[in-house]
Structures are given as structure tokens and as C-alpha cells.
Design a binder for this molecule. Structure first.
Ligand code: SAH
Length: 479
């Protein structure tokens, strides 16, 4: 029974498929090669048939692109987001970057993937570590308390989580640490969340209440009844107030930040962009000349890499938002003290081609019904390290280490043993499965469901990196 109920906790976001051959989909290109910003795409297509002379408008060269099989979309009414994306492309007069597409698809304030619904768990689209087991949030809590000790047990500290999802990690962290009264009392919690729906869910998960702090009841303060700490929400990391030592947790946040993709062509690097074809479907195209992103972000990323590393790859992904966010984190930590723990799937090197879309636990094509599937990309931990180190000399970067090393060193083995001593047989099975998924590697050996649904261990594919103020010494378990 429990196995059955666990069987839906299967897919999480890093199941790897062959490069860009996502299920049932392929790229679609048209043969027109210029876009005039002043005319509609249809007019433009007609013009191109009559006159193929180069113009000063954005021209699109498809020569370096992978030539796929035809991809047929069932014609259906465009969603609000699809209409919005098409209108951007139309009024811009040319294709948009993958980063812009990804930003709109995930966080468009009206119809982005994250904005209006709960996308996690069995009935959602994917499952994350905090949803797999309470032990994940508890272990992150151990890390947080240790850093607080290293900070000298400050009376007040900002505990910040970027992208808290359902709020499960924070709830488990607060419950697990609630016996440590001085620590609990020190916390001002700041949740950085762009989705109003998820903010509401986080409010409920943290069992929040609003207390009047003025006599006329107009001013209120939100606290969590899990440990009495105050809780504030922010749509943007920059809104988190400064002035207190700060501990930041970012679990599966970086992978949702928009990436640019570049492809090696005979002319050098071209940016992969998204355009609308004559049949009104989205398609990938390549920029024929350098784009602002290639001049700024790609150049910067290549400066951080070895020439040999660049020579080996045909594609590069660059995430400027991750670089900028890390810069802000490092600056903040260097001034206010504290540290950040970043856990995500990724690599400690340039990422080549990792963007993926997941809907209802299955891979789908990146351009298929945008807004109805999660988009995510591997995190480039090497770029994070470079960005943090460039931002300040007062911080140190540690890791990445694997999730399995992180949780193992923080004591997950002891925790699972302790929990197993006091639970039902059903709970024991759930604990063991959860434990294995968090620290295990490869396909689960303990599985009696279908092969397709066999869980994949997160232990080695998720990595953890810490950025701390040098005054705090080395954070556990990065010694
Ligand atoms: N950390 C959670 C959820 C990960 S999903 C977990 O592990 O379960 C990514 C989370 O980041 C979601 O809560 C999403 O709404 C939020 N998010 C994504 N992009 C964001 C952005 N640009 N600004 C603020 N929040 C964002």
C-alpha cells in the first residue's frame, strides 16, 4: 500500500534523456531567413519568398542547426502565455533569447508555470528532496544551526530561503530545531517567492498567524507557530533587508533561473533563439551575429574556463541571473556576516546542453505548450564560485560536494535510525525509501513498481556549495 502511494514520488527533475531528443518532440525550422521588425511574420514570409536580398533587419541563419524530423503540433487554441510570447516576438520584430522565453514561461506574473498553482508532488509535475523526506529539511537545519554557532550565537539573524516551493524544507528545519530555544528565538525568516499561490501555501505549511501590532489592527506581523519566528515574503532577493547576519538556503532555486544557450558554428558562437514559424508554432533559430548576451555573458563565462574546456564543447549554457544573484549574496555575506548553502543538480564545470521540460513527471519538448511544464537547467557551480570570489575577498567558497556527502556528514544515518525506532511498519518503509532517494545513486534496487517509475537516487547528482564570510571559519561539513 505504502509502496503504491510512494510510486508517484518518482520523477524528479534530473532524469537524463539523450541530448535534446526529448520525448516525442523535435525542432521545427522554416526556410525563411530574414525578419523585418516592421511587418508581421506572415508578411515577412511573403516578402522573403519574393526577395531574398539581405536587409539590415535581424537575419536568421539556420545553417548550423541540427536538422530534425518534422514535428507536428495538434492545432489548438493558444493559451494566454503562448499569445503573450508570440506578441513579444511579433512586436520585437524577431526572435527572443531562450532566457527571455524561460523567464516568461516560469514566472510571468499572470500565467507563468509557478505563478498560479502547486506544481510539486504526486499530483504536480515533479518531486523535490524536501518532499521526499522530512530528514532533508532537518539536515539543512543542522547546517544552519552550526553556522549560527560559528557566527557566535547572534541574538538576531536573517534566515532566508530562496524559492521555498511548498515551504516544506523550512517547516522541517523549524520543527527539527525548535528545541534549541536561543536559535529559534534569533530567527527572522525571509522567504523569497515570486508566486502568490506558493506564498499562500508556504503560509499554511509554516502554520502562520497574523498578529495585530497596532491598536487599530491596521498593522500586522506574521509569525510561524512552529517556533514563534517572524516571517516575511519578498518577490525578489534584493528586497531582503540587510543589517543582520544572514543565512541563506537555496534549494532547487538556481536551476529555475533563465539560461542563454550558444552553439558553435563556422562563424564562432551563435545564440540559440526562439521564433515563430509560418505554421504559428515555436521553433529554434540561431543568431547570425553576436548578440548582447554573447558579447557580455558568454565572453565572461569563457574567461573563467580553460581554452581546452571550451574547445571540447559544441554548445554552452550561461545563466547571467545566477552570476548576478551569487554576486549579491557574496556582497551581502561579506558585509553582514553569515553564509549561503546552495543545493541543486548541476556540475562543477561549464554546462553544455541541459535545459529540460517536465510535465506531470514526464519529459516533454521545451517548446511544447509553454507554461504547462517546468523548465530547468543544470547549475554551473564553477561559475557560481567565480562570481562569488570576484564579488568579495571577505568570503570563501566551499564545495561542491555531493548531496550524499552533505547529508551523510550532517548525520542523516543517525537520524533515520532514531526515527525508525519509533514508527509503524508503513512509516519505516517510507523512511527507508526516502533515505535511499536522498543519498542513493542510480536506479533504486528496492522497487516493485513498474520499471518506468523506478526511483532514481539524488545522492550524487545533487551538489552542495557553501559561500561564507571568512570570519566564520570553515562551515561543516566542508572541512
Ligand atoms: N525549494 C523548493 C522549490 C523548488 S522549485 C523545493 O525544493 O521543494 C523553485 C521555487 O522557486 C518555486 O517556489 C518558484 O516559485 C520559485 N521561483 C522560481 N523563480 C523565481 C524567481 N525568479 N523569483 C522568486 N522565486 C522564484
Amino acid at each position: 500500500m505504502l509502496r503504491k502511494s510512494l510510486s508517484f514520488l518518482l520523477s524528479h527533475r534530473i532524469r537524463i534523456l539523450p541530448s535534446q531528443s526529448h520525448a516525442g518532440a523535435s525542432f521545427s525550422f522554416s526556410s525563411s531567413n530574414t525578419l523585418n521588425p516592421c511587418t508581421s511574420l506572415e508578411d515577412q514570409a511573403n516578402e522573403n519568398n519574393q526577395d531574398s536580398r539581405p536587409t539590415e533587419t535581424i537575419s536568421i541563419d539556420r545553417s548550423g542547426l541540427y536538422n530534425p524530423q518534422d514535428h507536428f503540433h495538434k492545432l489548438s487554441a493558444d493559451s494566454k502565455l503562448v499569445k503573450h510570447l508570440k506578441s513579444i516576438i511579433k512586436f520585437r520584430g524577431g526572435p527572443i533569447s531562450i532566457a527571455e522565453y524561460m523567464g516568461e514561461v516560469l514566472t510571468n506574473p499572470n500565467c507563468g508555470f509557478y505563478i498560479n498553482r502547486d506544481v510539486f508532488g504526486a499530483c504536480g509535475d515533479f518531486v523535490t528532496s524536501p518532499e521526499v523526506s522530512q530528514m532533508f529539511g532537518e539536515m539543512v537545519g543542522v547546517w544552519t544551526m552550526c553556522l549560527w554557532e560559528q557566527l557566535g550565537r547572534p541574538a538576531k539573524v536573517n534566515l532566508v530561503e530562496f524559492g521555498p516551493g511548498r515551504g516544506t524544507l523550512m517547516a522541517d528545519l523549524l520543527r527539527g530545531s525548535s528545541k534549541f530555544v536561543d536559535f529559534s528565538k534569533s530567527l527572522d525568516i525571509h522567504l523569497v517567492e515570486c508566486s502568490p499561490t506558493l506564498q499562500k501555501l508556504q503560509y499554511d505549511t509554516l502554520k502562520c498567524i497574523d498578529e495585530a501590532i497596532s491598536e487599530d489592527n491596521t498593522a500586522t506581523r506574521t509569525t510561524t507557530t512552529l517556533n514563534g519566528a517572524s516571517v516575511l515574503w519578498h518577490a525578489d532577493p534584493e528586497e531582503v533587508p540587510s543589517g543582520l547576519p544572514t543565512i541563506i538556503i537555496a534549494h532547487e532555486f538556481y536551476d529555475a533561473l533563465p539560461i542563454h544557450q550558444f552553439q558553435k558554428t563556422f562563424r564562432g558562437w551563435s545564440e540559440k533563439m526562439i521564433d515563430v514559424s509560418e505554421d504559428s508554432s515555436f521553433r529554434f533559430v540561431l543568431s547570425p551575429q553576436p548578440t548582447p548576451a554573447s558579447l557580455l555573458y558568454l565572453r565572461k563565462r569563457c574567461e573563467w574556463a580553460d581554452k581546452e574546456e571550451i574547445a571540447k564543447i559544441e554548445q554552452i549554457e550561461v545563466c547571467p541571473r545566477a552570476v548576478e544573484l551569487t554576486h549579491q549574496i557574496a556582497k551581502r555575506i561579506s558585509i553582514d556576516g553569515g553564509g549561503a548553502l546552495i543545493i541543486d543538480y548541476g556540475k562543477n564545470e561549464i554546462i553544455s546542453d541541459s535545459l529540460q521540460a517536465i510535465r506531470k513527471h514526464k519529459f516533454v519538448h521545451i517548446l511544447d505548450d509553454p507554461g504547462s511544464a517546468d523548465l530547468s537547467a543544470y547549475v554551473d557551480f564553477a561559475a557560481i564560485q567565480h562570481s562569488a570570489e570576484e564579488a568579495s575577498e571577505n568570503i570563501s567558497v566551499y564545495g561542491p560536494i555531493t548531496q550524499s556527502q552533505l547529508l551523510g556528514s550532517l548525520g542523516i544515518n543517525f537520524r533515520v535510525e532514531a526515527l525508525l525506532k519509533n514508527c509503524t511498519e508503513e512509516q519505516a518503509e517510507s523512511l527507508r525509501t526516502g533515505y535511499w532517494r536522498l543519498v542513493g545513486d542510480g536506479e533504486s534496487p528496492f522497487w516493485d513498481g513498474t520499471e518506468e517509475q523506478r526511483p532514481i537516487g539524488m545522492g550524487n547528482r545533487y551538489l552542495a556549495m557553501a559561500i561564507v564570510n571568512k570570519n566564520q571559519g570553515i562551515p561543516i561539513p566542508f572541512e
